[in-house]
Design a protein around this ligand. Structure first.
Ligand code: FMN
Length: 213
């Protein structure tokens, strides 16, 4: 394996909102190819119950964007105003921007799971979410490797049912996220600042992180 390339993919797959190219068409084949890669991800009990809904229809994207905006715009504006550190403020400003551009992002992808687990216990819920989230992340990695980008969003799930009605998603299906997908403007993304892993990693016991011994 080419470790340098793999590490670059893992460290530079960012949330892309402002650098989504809203003018460049995205072909069906590249989406299907990335979804095919994503379905190599694991599922609990090998159920393989991922489902994907790809939305290119402009009217449907507009309807989804309107629902997204109705959940997110006021919340994100307030969050941006109240953010104490510049990095978080930038994230909220960028997220607020997406509420304005979402309808124009050429492809929306909704990763779904073909089950409901609303009343499930922690084991059931953790198993269900982890049966779609790894596949979702693999999809975003595959996009990045091919010059496309996206951002993991959950905002619309506050109105999951409204989006289900727009798209005809049955009541037996759980939506996990919404990925706005487009080619990125440029491909130079950088690793983000993160806490040193030694400060958040414990070894054998939860007494203190390994870096602080
Ligand atoms: C579970 C989850 C939900 C998120 N929901 C949203 C969202 O609704 N809207 C949005 O613009 N970004 C959303 N994000 C993206 C985060 O804001 C982003 O990952 C974070 O700011 C770090 O940026 P980076 O991914 O470029 O490192 C979400 C991320 C995760 C993991």
């Amino acid at each position: 394996m080419d470790i340098a390339t793999v590490d670059e993919l893992l460290t530079t797959t960012r949330s892309v909102r402002r650098r989504l190219d809203l003018t460049r068409p995205v072909g069906r084949d590249v989406i299907v190819e990335c979804l095919r890669l994503a379905t190599q991800a694991p599922t609990a009990s090998n159920a393989q119950d991922w489902r994907w809904l790809v939305i290119t229809d402009a009217d449907k994207r507009a309807a989804i964007a309107e629902i997204y905006r109705s959940v997110g715009a006021a919340y994100l504006a307030a969050a941006e105003a109240n953010a104490s550190d510049p990095q978080t403020r930038r994230v909220y400003r960028s997220a607020l921007g997406l509420t304005e551009t979402l309808a124009d992002v050429p492809v929306h992808v909704i990763p779904c799971l073909a089950q409901r687990f609303d009343d499930g216990n922690r084991l059931v819920a953790a198993s269900a979410w982890a049966s779609i989230i790894p596949a979702g992340w693999s999809f975003l990695l595959a996009l990045r490797s091919r010059g496309l980008g996206s951002v993991w969003t959950t905002m619309h799930l506050a109105k999951e049912q409204e989006v289900a009605e727009v798209l005809g998603i049955p009541a037996t299906v759980t939506q996990a996220a919404l990925f706005p997908v487009a080619y990125t403007i440029g491909a130079n993304f950088r690793p983000a600042t993160r806490p040193p892993v030694e400060t958040i990693t414990y070894w054998n016991t939860w007494e203190q992180p390994v870096g602080e011994s």
